[in-house]
Design a protein around this ligand. Sequence first.
Ligand code: AMP
Ligand code: MG
Length: 468
Amino acid sequence: MTQFDNSYARLPDRFYARIAPDPVDAPEMILFNTDLAEALGVTERDAAVFAGNVVPEGAAPLAQVYAAHQFGGWVPRLGDGRAILLGEVVTDQGRFDIQLKGAGRTPYSRNGDGRAWLGPVLREYIVSEFMAACDVPTTRALAAVATGERVQRERAYPGGVLTRVAASHIRVGTFQYFTAQEDHEAVRLLAEHVRDRHYPQAQTMLDVYSQIVAAQARLIARWMGLGFVHGVMNTDNTSIAGETIDYGPCAFIDAYAANACYSSIDQRGRYAFDQQANIAGWNLAQLGSCFVGMLTEETGTQDAAVEALTQALNQFPAIYQTAWRETFAAKLGITDPRNGDEDLAQDLLSLMAQTRADFTNVFARLGTDKARDEFTDRPAFDAWAARWHARCDRGPEGAALMARANPQVIPRTHRLEEAIVAATEGDFAKAQRLARVLSAPFDLADADRDLMAPPTQDEIVPATFCGT
Ligand code: AMP
Ligand code: MG
């Protein structure tokens, strides 16, 4: 491994528990991300390291503590219950956390076993690398290892460890943990750490907050452009660095519905597709309340602090709307996005909702006759297409923009499930194929076109589950 420099481990003891990964029986590498390894300067392709059996020199393994609102309910202490941060590596692209997920029990495990089974490990690897290939800010996956051990869930499954790479693993819930304890010194230390690490241009703590708001607004707009439903947008799954984190019950929309919701534990649709911007705003409001103390020192009074933070949060809708418009303009080949383009995009989505057209395939096929086939109300689609043609760039620039904005293939839930079932039986070929194809989703080989197909009636997976 490369050189570690562990800035989080230099924070006071109450930010974490030092703990080494728990060794496993028989580590076997299933997926390894050679491109990412190269970018990180990680030289050792060693399953023993990525299973936690060997702690590399310079690592300072620890589990981070945090709190959260989960589905709106307050949980004062969570923390890494099955993840261990090995340390940080510094590259010319910046500083990255290297974390092992499924590495054993920690002081924050509560009743959990600290382990992960192969299903969620493979799902997170494949989906997060797809997001990265689509240029969506996200944690990355460096390796997926089978542990050779069994993990008991509804039944016994093969165990796995995911090596996750992130700008950091600091969450809204990390701020909430110290705020709830009225540990003002820790809140400030954390905020300074976040400023130095993620928002070095920020002049004030208000700037730091504003930049976190903007990063989240842009992130959610990018999710919407891929039909991505995160599924568990609790405040512990909201990254301060603005990356997508925690690929538990996530899914991509196939038959389009604005309120699509797949997670088995989200029966009331709190985290449905069209709620995601609202929820990000709610999570950021919780973060804002953690900044009140610090800002009171900056602005003089608590009222002024609350007012300033509220104004910063109120920027969210405008930043989100602009980012949404840009995202969908690119999908439509509009090279000069402007006010009103969101209506054109929204009208297409409404048509898609009427016929439950396939979100990904409509966009992937726009500009070919095949898009029309996705709609039952052809005249309505033709009327929309005429408006679109009048607005989009029909030359090579528009085409290139669309080709980069509309993946040909997405990680469809039924395909992930199929790959996970095979992996559970010891056959990793399907997972490896998905990882390969979905890391280049704009550039689909003919031999992989079968992966474009939406699920048939009996292939539909009715609900997704949390990755525990
Ligand atoms: P998540 O639903 O993945 O965001 O996890 C919520 C909390 O449960 C986090 O604090 C996790 O560390 C913890 N957790 C999830 N699975 C396990 C497990 N198998 N063992 C211990 N803790 C876990
Ligand atoms: Mg989580």
